[in-house]
Design a protein around this ligand. Structure first.
Ligand code: HEM
Length: 124
């Protein structure tokens, strides 16, 4: 259990950063500034998300919470997959503006649900 507080702190910090970095990139695209793709914003989110997921796996190991046993966590993993797919579409210049706006809204909606599930841990 000595790992728990450190892992949880890292998980929560990188979770907040993932939201901030996604909103920043979508916001810059919406403002007609796609140049962020030539800045560290291109790779920083990937490093952050890798740390977020590593801490998530660590939490599953050191806490009693288990996907497919505790369904708030199962749903969280499914929403994470949906968030990744929608987020990829939202940030790909090859898609139309309409598709990207819809994808960004879907990604943000799923991210809000992920945070709500994490904070409330409902039983199903
Ligand atoms: C974008 C993805 C994710 C976000 C934004 C996120 C966010 C959060 C947040 C904010 C908490 C702290 C809630 C609290 O105050 O108690 C949390 C807890 C937790 N997360 Fe995540 N999470 C994500 C992905 C994952 C994944 C993929 C897993 C596991 C496969 C996971 C496993 C856990 C566990 C087990 C806890 C509970 C720790 C505890 O309260 O004892 N998370 N998550």
């Amino acid at each position: 259990m000595e790992w728990y507080s450190g892992l949880k702190m890292i998980h929560m910090l990188t979770a907040a950063l993932t939201a901030l970095l996604f909103v920043t990139r979508v916001g810059l695209d919406a403002a007609g500034k796609p140049g962020w793709r030539t800045t560290p914003l291109r790779f920083l989110p990937h490093i952050n998300d890798t740390i977020l997921l590593a801490a998530a796996i660590g939490l599953v190991i050191v806490t009693p919470w288990m996907p497919f046993v505790h369904h708030w966590l199962t749903l969280k993993v499914l929403l994470l997959i949906g968030y990744i797919v929608a987020g990829l579409i939202a940030l790909k210049p090859k898609y139309s503006r309409k598709v990207r706006v819809l994808a960004a809204a879907a990604a943000l909606g799923q991210l809000v649900l992920i945070f709500a599930l994490a904070l409330h841990k409902p039983t199903f």
